[in-house]
Design a protein around this ligand. Structure first.
Ligand code: MBD
Ligand code: FE
Length: 303
């Protein structure tokens, strides 16, 4: 790494650029431009141009970046969003999530949000409270032993900002198999495995069986993985469970919970961990269905 740095600094030059070029591009915007775009595009153009000048970006480098974005687009479909994954490893999805939640927050008690990530499926089955999102667990699957060890009961309430229970809220939950793969990434898993939606009862309660989540490297067979390698970066995300919690009249909460035992808590490759979302699973007594127990209340924000 040191040698490379030196080689590049030898090549760097201080160049003089037309000081009006960027303003000319911005000024090309017409009077009937979309108002929000008219507001944000001058800033985007300025930052892009400043970036290119700051690093003396060459045609070959810009072209490689275009190829990379095109490759991400070609790889993306309803099962995999590689472009989003590239944003994730640059911290952009987490940053935008943070901006949005600060913009919309109406109380200090609401549960912090975390990014959606590229593996959400909106049509998970609605299941009765107390049922399990673990399917296809037979001794034949490679992660059978781990799934038994990590069996977990999740429960809690969905609350208003002042702590009143919300009846009829939907808790939409998803996580990977112990092999670190979401169901749609893995031929060997049943459709919608480790996904479910649960409706809260009159006390705002939800409950389900799932697994303590395992850490795993984000998919590294595309441009995002390539970029991580070029940056000498660690591809792992700490084990996490995704949630989307929604109820009429409240702001939908997209978030994740992180297992505090995880070795990657401090080095999430997509920068999404927040202290308030790190949880401690407790041993569960007297339940043959689960070795671990987690209780967590979600507080939704008002509209
Ligand atoms: C994931 O599982 C995820 O949740 C995010 C945010 C990015 C990549 C993989
Ligand atoms: Fe995830």
């Amino acid at each position: 790494a040191t040698r490379q740095k030196r080689a590049y600094s030898q090549k760097s030059k201080t160049l003089q650029y037309d000081p009006y070029f960027t303003e000319k591009v911005i000024a090309a915007t017409g009077p009937n431009a979309h108002p929000r775009l008219a507001q944000v595009m001058p800033s985007l153009v300025r930052h892009l141009h400043d970036f290119a000048r700051e690093v003396n970006l060459t045609v070959a480098e810009w072209s490689a970046a275009v190829d990379m974005i095109n490759a991400a687009g070609r790889m993306s479909d309803e099962k995999r969003n590689e472009t989003q994954l590239m944003c994730d490893i640059l911290g952009l999805e987490s940053l935008v999530d943070e901006i949005t939640s600060k913009m919309l927050a109406t109380s200090t008690t609401e549960t912090p949000s975390a990014i959606l990530g590229p593996f959400y499926r909106s049509d998970a089955p609605l299941m009765p409270n107390g049922s399990s999102i673990v399917q296809g667990l037979t001794p034949e699957v490679e992660w059978y032993e781990k799934a038994l060890e990590d069996s977990a009961h999740l429960s809690g309430r969905v609350l208003t900002p002042s702590g009143a229970p919300i009846k009829g809220a939907i808790v939409d939950v998803w996580h990977t198999a112990p092999n670190g793969l979401y169901e749609q990434q893995d031929e060997s898993q049943p459709e919608m495995n480790f996904r479910g939606r649960f409706e809260t009862d009159a006390e705002g309660r939800y409950s389900l069986y799932a697994l303590r989540p395992a850490s795993y490297p984000i998919p590294d067979d595309g441009p995002a993985g390539q970029l991580l390698k070029l940056l000498d970066r660690e591809p792992h995300r700490p084990g996490h469970i995704h949630f989307i919690v929604s109820a009429p009249g409240f702001r939908t909460l997209t978030t994740q919970l992180y297992d505090d035992r995880d070795q990657y808590i401090e080095t999430d490759s997509v920068f999404a961990v927040k202290d308030e979302l790190v949880v401690n699973f407790k041993p569960r007594e007297g339940d043959p269905e689960a070795k671990w127990s987690l209780q967590y209340d979600f507080v939704l924000g008002s509209m």
